[in-house]
Design a protein around this ligand. Structure first.
Ligand code: GLU
Length: 488
């Protein structure tokens, strides 16, 4: 294994979001591409919003996508464990104590009202609020220490250096944060809970994370994190802030643009391979500009240099198309296995395997989703319903069609097997052509109409051997009745 260590650090406050899945995927792909380690860290310091159930569900969704972590709460490496921030309180406290000791942080006893007043003053002066409380001054340190020693709980604030910072980001390029952009900020709240920007750095440092690949929405946080790295004397990881996901209206991706949580796609039977393929393309491009690929194929060409700095548009129609492409590339065995898990395919699954394979070969080309296969089987193979469209009526009106209906009707009546085979079908065509003089379009269209009740559709040689004789009989009788009604 290379020394590369990346992490995906979700907060278990909801389902796995599409954007989160993409971040996880990029980290996973990068780790795999360089033989590194992919760490899953649970950022659950927001106790009110975090929920163990969401942690479980997010991990399930990651596994469904085929994004497997090498280390995490369920796969701990003793050197780096624990992997849940809620279990690392002592570590955060230890480093906070050190920062206080070194005067890089201080206890802050300001009340809510005092902080509000600072904010209001800043607003009135048209600037960002900056901490101006007295506790930042060395003169009050002894008093603060004494109050804490006496058991008083209070927040710990980090002393933000008053200088500019520059980040060399792998995606965004050079990002400069001007001096005084942020004031002294809280790293541990008065209830003892540390904040994200602080824990994230402690953890990335201790877990020896070498590359931080995450969403651009964290770019503003990064300046605070750079300050903490500096204070701790820790080596900076490489940063890659991947572009934002937007909807077709160029607004940040939200529920308005369609389902945003992975589990909804899973419920709708999207293929995980297709999801990964599409998500990879949202902000990253394949060196040979290919659109359709398997996750494993991408590993050998994946790298941080092919990220786009521009926002990526999430397009559900494109995702559906990608899904269809993956379905068409899937082997029958795999499709059969998947269909066996799908309630909508219950009737389809009852058929024997050669029939099912034939049907898959035929119907796959009409399907974007696995559920389209049983749906199309119903529409194109099992349905006895005939829609009297103008095109069909026209064929029924040709003078050769009644002859075809009569002839095929009497032939089908003689069939004692559940299905017609291809040579029987060929035989009927031959007889109609040679003995009854029906040729060309009237022959082909007439036979199709008689057998399927449609004016167009797939190759009859593939379709008819899959269609139960009972269904064909019913169609012919319905078409015969229509003709009689018309005549009468
Ligand atoms: N818990 C943060 C989030 O879910 C992680 C941010 C990061 O990767 O640093 O957005």
């Amino acid at each position: 294994m290379s020394a590369v260590r990346v992490r995906f650090a979700p907060s278990p406050t909801g389902y796995l979001h599409i954007g989160g899945a993409r971040t996880a995927l990029y980290n996973y792909l990068y780790a795999k591409s360089v033989g590194g380690t992919f760490v899953l860290r649970i950022e659950d310091t927001d106790l009110e919003r975090s929920n163990a159930e969401y942690e479980k569900l997010q991990i399930e969704d990651l596994k469904w996508l085929g994004i497997f972590h090498d280390e995490g709460p369920d796969k701990p490496n003793p050197k780096y464990a624990p992997y849940r921030q809620s279990e690392r309180a002592e570590i955060y406290q230890k480093y906070a104590d050190q920062l206080i000791e070194r005067d890089l942080a201080y206890y802050d006893f300001c009340t809510e009202e005092e902080l509000e007043a600072m904010k209001a003053k800043a607003e009135a002066e048209g600037r960002d609020p900056i901490y101006e409380g007295k506790w930042k001054e060395a003169a009050h340190k002894a008093e603060a220490m004494a109050r804490v020693k006496a058991g008083e709980k209070t927040a710990i604030r980090f002393r933000a250096p008053k200088k500019a910072y520059t980040l060399k980001d792998k995606v965004k390029g050079e990002v400069t944060y001007p001096a005084n952009m942020v004031g002294d900020f809280v790293i541990v709240r008065s209830n003892g809970l540390p904040v994200y920007n602080y824990c994230c750095v402690i953890d990335d440092m201790l877990m020896e994370i070498t590359h931080v690949i995450r969403g651009e929405d964290h770019l503003n946080n990064t300046v605070r994190q750079l300050m903490i790295y500096e204070a701790l004397g820790a080596k900076l990881p490489e940063f890659a802030h991947v572009s934002l996901l937007i909807g077709s209206d160029r607004q940040k991706l939200s529920k308005r643009h369609g389902a945003t949580s992975v589990n909804l796609y899973r419920n709708e039977h999207y293929l995980p391979e297709a999801m990964c393929n599409y998500l990879t393309l949202l902000g990253w491009s394949h060196p040979s500009e290919t659109d359709i690929f398997a996750k494993e194929e991408i590993v050998s060409v994946f790298g941080l240099e092919r990220f786009s700095a521009h926002a990526a548009m999430y397009d559900l129609e494109k995702l559906k198309w990608v899904n269809g492409q993956h379905l068409k590339k899937m082997g029958n065995e795999e499709i059969l296995k998947l269909l066996a898990t799908i309630p909508e395919a219950a009737d389809f699954n009852k058929q024997d395997t050669p029939w099912k394979e034939g049907a898959i070969n035929l119907l796959k080309q009409y399907a974007d989703f696995i559920t389209d296969i049983p749906k199309k089987a119903h529409e194109m193979i099992f349905s006895e319903h005939i829609e009297m469209k103008n095109e069909l009526m026209e064929i029924l009106g040709w003078e050769t069609t009644p002859k075809i209906l009569d002839f095929i009707g009497s032939e089908v009546a003689k069939v004692s097997t559940p299905f017609v085979n291809e040579s029987q079908l060929n035989g009927w065509m031959e007889t109609l052509k040679k003995d009854m003089g029906v040729k060309g379009k009237p022959l082909f269209q007439g036979v199709r109409a008689a057998l399927t009740g449609h004016d167009h559709g797939p190759d009859l040689k593939l379709l008819i051997p899959l269609t139960p004789v009972s269904v064909i009989k019913k169609r012919i009788s319905l078409l015969g009745n229509t003709k009689q009604e018309k005549d009468g």
